[in-house]
Write a protein that binds this ligand. Structure first.
Ligand SMILES: [Zn+2]
Ligand SMILES: [Zn+2]
Length: 306
């Protein structure tokens, strides 16, 4: 299995357009220890020919162009077999609307995330221009299913959704009751090699079913949005704690770094990094701490093989 990081940043990217925090200022100044990042999107493939994208970021066009294996092999073609949505946040779904050029799309999502994107959304009509323009496949938590391409051909991968503490996307807050399908992590398994990737880019906590899923994986991608719970407050940028936005911080005694210390996976990557996070600075003490724990911090262009 090949895993290509197309974008490693949380919503807003790095630097964020309206942010003048120290990290964003350094990134704009071209500091070598503060490399700009696009918003979270990853390519996964068993054969190098057909690719799955967990999440479709608003920057998907430039992310596709940045990586030759995702370029068309014919006059009208895409090696992108499907998109997998882990929640309905705009930084994970807006890119779907950018793939509107009359191309059949296959999207794996929970029923809740599908409804949140398709219902009462006039923009979705641009993806309903011909029958079969978008095919949705339900991800049912706890059930492993083949990750097939749009034509039904097997791609050598399987997927299993794991309910993960989260919250509804901001644009749906207050409109619906909480649902375990609103945010998931996924286990993606290479059916030939058995290699297993756990992809949890947004997690408000670590439940015991999540921990059991993470322990099955050879490679873990985990929510690295915030280092500290009060990161935005301390910088004077907001009033919410990390957990209010359904992100478990990395640092601190109850953070993910300490709680995931005993993971079996030898490859561990923090992704979905917010622009305020000190992990973005390559020489920071926080970066050294996660590296000492066996973790890497995702960068655009990073590749992992399983
Ligand atoms: Zn996000
Ligand atoms: Zn910033």
């Amino acid at each position: 299995m090949r895993i290509k990081v197309l974008g490693a940043a949380a919503g807003g990217g790095f630097p964020q357009w309206n942010c003048g925090c120290p990290n964003c200022r350094e990134a704009r100044a071209g500091a070598p220890d503060a490399l700009p990042l696009t918003q979270e999107c990853v390519g996964i493939s068993a054969d190098g020919e057909r690719w799955f994208l967990p999440n479709a970021s608003p920057e998907i066009r430039s992310q596709i162009e940045s990586y030759a294996p995702l370029h068309p092999r014919g006059p009208r073609h895409s090696p992108i077999a499907a998109v997998v949505l882990t929640n309905g946040d705009l930084d994970h779904t807006l890119g779907i609307l950018s793939l509107r050029e009359s191309h059949p799309l296959l999207i794996y999502a929970t029923e809740r995330v599908r409804q949140g994107f398709t219902e009462n959304n006039v923009f979705y009509r641009t993806l309903m221009r011909f029958p079969g323009q978008v095919t949705w496949r339900d991800l049912v938590p706890g059930r492993e299913s083949a990750l097939d391409g749009a034509d039904g051909s097997p791609t050598g991968l399987s997927i299993e959704a794991v309910p993960t503490p989260g919250k509804p996307p901001v644009h749906l807050e207050g409109l619906e009751e909480s649902d375990p399908g609103e945010n998931i992590g996924v286990l993606i398994r290479d059916r030939a090699t058995g290699g297993c990737l756990a992809y949890f880019s947004a997690a408000g906590d670590i439940t015991s079913p999540m921990r059991a899923a993470l322990d099955r994986a050879d490679c873990v991608f985990f929510d690295g949005t915030f280092w500290a719970s009060d990161e935005l407050i301390a910088l004077g940028l907001g009033t919410k704690h990390a957990q209010d936005m359904a992100h478990l911080p990395v640092g601190g005694p109850d953070g993910s770094l300490s709680r995931l210390a005993g993971l079996r996976a030898s490859r561990r990557v923090y992704i979905h990094i917010n622009n305020t996070n000190p992990l973005l600075r390559s020489g920071s003490p926080e970066r050294k701490q996660v590296e000492a724990g066996g973790w890497k911090v995702a960068q655009d262009g990073m590749e992992v093989s399983l």
